[in-house]
Design a protein around this ligand. Structure first.
Ligand code: CP
Length: 310
């Protein structure tokens, strides 16, 4: 199979075959990351612009590293040091960058739909690195890669996503991807942090964490997105931690094979304790490593690369 889409804007509508293609390609690229010389010429001659209009550590670093590992030429931009500060629009910013013959644009933006808007304005391939509370497709892909490495398949896994579902692009992309790959998804959080129509995405919904965790294979723990909450949606952090914090005591009856995931950044002591985040169930740093491999795969496939590497 050859990758057909020009852009990667989200996982809504992406088929199981396409997801498998990205994960298989990422698996091949991961081997490069363990070599003494971590560099291949797969993207030589391709220029990538990384446009981060919102803060990022993992996503930005892993895209930049992926580009370097593949020998692409890349430039990075952050709002604080750009002409956005002087009032330049998103469209003008990207049109100007594209005029310098950029082939691919990676964009993170606080506005849902910003990557889709860009994809209509420019010829470059656009990759969504997180748009508002909408989607974060490469995060869900790296999460699925991590689970596939551990379990072999996503089919039939019971995945509980806990926390601020309403403001989470990670939750939305994971729901699309995991459902497509045959996992069952339960979302759990206080009513004020659950989107009204979330059942329509094909998930089960619970406000009771202990009930939701029964029989769980995977718990994906989300940060409270306080920067996106426009009103007080929680009585207090202490109450949130008591009702929804993931602690070792809460995991007492868990499966031995349980997996704890977190997309980061972690607020230790709020949604997860350090004992769980750093404990035996956690694959949080495996997720980070797989983030580089997945972004290498996405860049490669969108550049027109053939999936099977030799
Ligand atoms: N998971 C994630 O998107 O992290 P960053 O915000 O650090 O990129």
């Amino acid at each position: 199979m050859k990758w057909q889409s020009r852009h990667l804007l989200g996982l809504e509508g992406v088929s199981a075959e396409e997801i498998r293609l990205i994960l298989d390609t990422a698996g091949s690229f991961k081997e490069i990351l363990e070599r003494p010389i971590k560099k291949v010429p797969a993207l030589r001659g391709i220029t990538v612009a990384n446009l981060f209009f919102e803060p990022s550590t993992r996503t930005r670093f892993s895209f930049e590293l992926a580009e370097k590992r593949m020998s692409a030429d890349s430039v990075s931009f952050s709002t604080a040091t750009s002409s956005v500060k002087k009032g330049e629009t998103l469209k003008d910013t990207v049109k100007n960058i594209e005029a310098m013959r950029v082939d691919m644009v990676v964009i993170r933006h606080s506005a849902a739909g910003a990557p889709h808007f860009l994809a209509r304005c420019v010829d470059a391939a656009v990759i969504n690195a997180g748009d508002g509370a909408h989607e974060h497709p490469t995060q869900a892909l790296l999460d699925m890669m991590t689970l596939r490495e551990k379990y072999g398949s996503l089919e039939g896994l019971r995945v509980v996503i806990v926390g601020d579902i309403a403001h989470s692009r990670v939750a939305r992309s994971n729901i699309w991807g995991l459902r497509t790959m045959g996992a069952s998804v339960i979302v759990c959080g206080p009513k004020t942090l659950l989107p009204l129509d979330v059942e329509q995405l094909g998930v089960d919904v619970s406000v009771n964490l202990d009930e939701a965790l029964e029989g769980a294979d995977v718990i994906n723990v989300l940060r409270l997105q306080l920067e996106r909450q426009t009103q007080g949606l929680l009585p207090s952090m202490r109450e949130y931690n008591r009702e929804y914090g993931i602690t070792l005591q809460r995991l007492a009856g868990a499966k031995e094979s349980l997996t704890i995931m977190h997309p980061g950044p972690i607020n230790r002591g709020v949604e997860i304790t350090p004992q769980v985040a750093d404990g035996p169930y956690s694959v949080i740093l495996d997720q980070v490593l797989n983030g580089v491999a997945v972004r290498m795969a996405v860049l490669f496939l969108l550049s027109g690369g053939e999936p099977k590497l030799t």
